[in-house]
Design a protein around this ligand. Sequence first.
Ligand SMILES: NC(=O)c1ccc[n+]([C@@H]2O[C@H](COP(=O)([O-])OP(=O)(O)OC[C@H]3O[C@@H](n4cnc5c(N)ncnc54)[C@H](OP(=O)(O)O)[C@@H]3O)[C@@H](O)[C@H]2O)c1
Length: 266
Amino acid sequence: MAKLNFKNKRILITGASSGLGKEIARILAYQEEAHLIIAARRLDKLKELQKEIELNSKSRVTVIRSDLGKKNGPQLLFDKAVKLGKVDAIINNAGMTCYGKTDTFSLIEFETIFNVNTHAAVNLSYLFLKYFLKKKSGAILNITSQAAFLPVPYQSVYAASKHATQAFTEALYQEYKKSGIVISSFAPGGIATEMITKSGLNEKFKSESRLLMSAEKAAKLAIKGFKKKKYCVIPGIQMKMTNFVNRFIPRKCLTSIAAGIYKPRK
Ligand SMILES: NC(=O)c1ccc[n+]([C@@H]2O[C@H](COP(=O)([O-])OP(=O)(O)OC[C@H]3O[C@@H](n4cnc5c(N)ncnc54)[C@H](OP(=O)(O)O)[C@@H]3O)[C@@H](O)[C@H]2O)c1
């Protein structure tokens, strides 16, 4: 099967202002010679990345400020992106979490998490799928998480949002595998990014922080799997094995183990 070739293709990456999305942008520009549309809320961070990439490569980078926490965010981003010219692939990477007992957060916080992690990924996948079907080519990569396969106490809404996006993406893969449109998902375990520090997960897992994958390595594996048109990539041997073994343990038991691991210190 021929691999995806991103050279001179235009790729939209959501959540490119930091972490995994930023490293994916660098790999696509420096190694794959793709042109980019980078989106997120923090315009200053996006412009910094645009400047860096355009200075060091032949890639053309367009910046779009986009708030995917808002219900109309995905449609606005789609409209702006396709107005720029042909878009060849989308990477739905934007994401957020919160860490702690469920009753300590507000419903507004949960709605925003669902909007960014699920609603935006589903809506942008849908809008681009229809756009790609018309062109008879295109590729969609949805970044989910290991939390897409197991309930995570103290990150209950995050895990629920990622379960939905994973299920949606796997279903899309089967529906469109003969259409010429590539659908893939990337489900990593812990990555050392702002998501960990902003949520306070770094405080809980201080001593385990060396076990986190670097954003650079995770991005490399995400693009490698996407190019190979993989159904779902789980990066790292440790995560692959955990994922495999988990299939044979009752879900209630696994969730109870996860509750012990994730229980906040205070
Ligand atoms: N870090 C981990 O351990 C880990 C593990 C598994 C999966 N993942 C997944 O990997 C993806 C990238 O996360 P990361 O670890 O790289 O975290 P990160 O560094 O916090 O990056 C998250 C990105 O999402 C964007 N974003 C957040 N809220 C947004 C909103 N309302 N509208 C538009 N963009 C928004 C952020 O940009 P702005 O703030 O500028 O808007 C940022 O660019 C996420 O889907 C996450 O669930 C992460």
